[in-house]
Design a protein around this ligand. Structure first.
Ligand SMILES: [Fe+2]
Ligand SMILES: [Fe+2]
Length: 247
């Protein structure tokens, strides 16, 4: 997708209403606690993604990316904050007891030792947008495919609609860099893919029941399969398409 097409998507998105969900009352107390913990954790991850896009917007600006692309990255900051609010609402709806406030987790901007400042900038965009947002979109699709509960399904749909655009920021940017930079990026891809997989696998593993799957909380082995497939079927072909071929 080119920048012009992306720019048409840069207008602020209106907040959409979320439905009531009578099926939540059919869950057991332990299931509701797990669902609340998972959605609360997602709220914190979304808030951290807002911080990541603050860095990405600055990075794109410093790298001389077109203003339209910077504007879309800035809108992604607002999108991620809205996602955090959506997930916090879902978590609170499942919770039987008051939940702690959603924390602003420390932002860990990856360090790429030995990379030049220009290469660091490109790697930051590739890591957050092409990798995190592409695997994140696949994860949400996997959750949604198994979800039947009205609230969880509506929330997942809202998140997914935006994450796909967030991934496109990185692909559009990567298509603009020169061949020498693409060659340098390629050398970092295996390390970055390993870091992305590690981040998914380090997440808490809850005791997921069939009913929790229906509420947008899949089993960790299914998440793992979805993420691995996204890397093989979307990330690697996407990188090859823009001329970044990992060796
Ligand atoms: Fe998000
Ligand atoms: Fe996102």
């Amino acid at each position: 997708m080119n920048v012009d097409n992306l720019a048409r998507r840069a207008a602020p998105r209106p907040a959409r209403a979320l439905p009531d969900d009578p099926t939540i009352a059919l869950l057991s107390a332990p299931e509701r606690r797990i669902a609340a913990a998972i959605w609360h954790g997602r709220a914190e991850s979304e808030l951290r993604a807002a911080g990541s896009f603050t860095v990405i917007a600055r990075t794109l600006e410093a790298a001389g990316a077109p203003p339209e692309l910077v504007a879309i990255a800035r809108r992604a900051i607002a999108d991620e904050r809205q996602h955090a609010a959506i997930c916090a609402h879902v978590a609170a709806t499942y919770a039987l007891d008051p939940l702690p406030p959603v924390r602003t987790l420390a932002l860990r901007v990856p360090i790429h030792p030995g990379a030049s400042p220009a290469l660091q900038r490109v790697l930051h965009v590739v890591g957050q947008s092409c990798l995190n947002e592409t695997t994140g979109s696949a994860f949400l699709e996997g959750c949604l495919a198994r979800s039947t509960a009205p609230l969880a399904s509506a929330a997942l749909r809202q998140l997914l609609a935006d994450e796909i655009d967030h991934a496109r920021i990185g692909w559009a940017f990567l298509a603009m860099v020169d061949d020498a930079m693409r060659t340098q990026v390629a050398a970092w891809i295996p390390t970055m893919i390993a870091a992305n997989l590690r981040a998914w696998r380090d997440r808490p593993h809850h005791a997921i029941t069939d009913r929790l799957v229906e509420h947008g909380c899949p089993r960790w082995e299914d998440v793992d399969a979805v993420v691995v497939a996204a890397i093989d079927d979307l990330v690697r072909p996407g990188l090859a398409h823009v001329g970044v071929v990992a060796t």
